[in-house]
Design a binder for this molecule. Structure first.
Ligand code: AMP
Ligand code: FE
Ligand code: FE
Ligand code: ZN
Length: 290
């Protein structure tokens, strides 16, 4: 893809569907990407590739789809471990070790969701685990689905409020049994994929990892850093760009679209062609087109 003559292509490399905690089905997500004027969209549901096939089937000419996922990880160099997200692009979805690890994390998410609901119920809050599970519709379960139950029960007014300290942000927050980030980087590479650290400096989400850890991850096979993201301040974006330049990593920008679970829109942040081409060159799976 070149942009020497026309306008720069619009490339959004991070979006969620109902295969995890987005609100558009994979097919609707792809159609929304086309409607938003994107040239490239990545589907990156949490810990699953279940949205890939329906997303590919819904592609129309003019939109390319990068098949990916967002892996739930932790860095154990701090106490308690720091949770973090690793985007993985264009990997083999049948790589046995990666498939097993994603299945393990999804099962652990269900078990953790059920425990969060038990904590809420012990405090007299009437939310139902079967309702929440069915609200997730078979997709990877996360706190946004519990947030919806709190909204339905009239206990909070918005997802944002549900993620506040009185609710799922702190009081009723439990850790996930996720993947050690070094193991995740190696697994993604072993599966032929391209690992990119999602929103690495998003201090508004909680603790972040030190730059030294990012340098170690780069040495272990990390390919890039997501710099332009709504959870990064302009100073945090600039810091991530500078760190990427120092470490020779590619830089992405993405919306992290979640449908109506968040207010950000597709294409709100985008990735340059050069980074896109580096990802495509490094991945084992083809970019899908309509
Ligand atoms: P979990 O993966 O279950 O720990 O839930 C984390 C997910 O919740 C993230 O991937 C976001 O989609 C969503 N999330 C986190 N913080 C917020 C927030 N303040 N408002 C809305 N959604 C959020
Ligand atoms: Fe999410
Ligand atoms: Fe994320
Ligand atoms: Zn995301």
């Amino acid at each position: 893809m070149t942009s020497r003559t026309g306008p720069a292509p619009r490339i959004d490399l991070h979006a969620h569907s109902t295969a995890s905690d987005g609100t558009l089905s994979p097919a609707e997500l792809v159609r929304a990407g086309a409607d938003a004027g994107l040239d490239v969209l990545a589907i990156t549901d949490h810990d699953t590739t279940a949205g890939w096939a329906p997303a590919v089937r819904a592609l129309s000419p003019g939109l390319r789809l990068i098949r990916g996922a967002e892996l739930s990880c932790h860095w154990s160099g701090a106490h308690p471990p720091v949770p973090l997200h690793l985007l993985a692009y264009l990997f083999d979805p049948e790589h046995p070790e990666l498939v097993a690890e994603l299945a393990r994390v999804r099962a652990a998410r269900e078990e953790r969701g059920e425990r969060i609901v038990a904590l809420l119920r012990a405090d007299g809050i009437d939310v139902s685990w079967p309702d929440i599970l069915s609200g997730a519709g078979g997709g990877t379960v996360g706190r946004p689905h519990i947030a919806q139950a709190l909204i339905r029960a009239g206990l909070v007014a918005s997802t944002r409020e549900a993620f506040g300290p009185d609710w799922l942000g702190e009081r009723y927050r439990l850790p996930k049994e996720d993947i050690d980030v070094f193991r995740a980087v190696r697994l993604v590479r072993a599966a032929g994929g391209v690992p990119v650290f999602a929103h690495p400096r998003a201090t508004r989400r909680g603790r972040v990892v030190p730059d030294e850890l990012i340098a170690e991850l780069a040495a272990a096979g990390l390919a890039g850093l997501e710099a332009d993201h709504e959870d990064h301040s302009p100073a945090e974006q600039a810091h991530v760009r500078a760190l990427a330049a120092e470490l020779g990593l590619l830089v992405t920008g993405s919306s992290d679209f979640h449908g109506t679970h968040k207010s950000v829109q597709l294409g709100a942040f985008t990735t340059g062609v050069e980074a896109y081409e580096r990802i495509v060159a490094a991945g084992v799976t083809e970019v899908a087109s309509g």
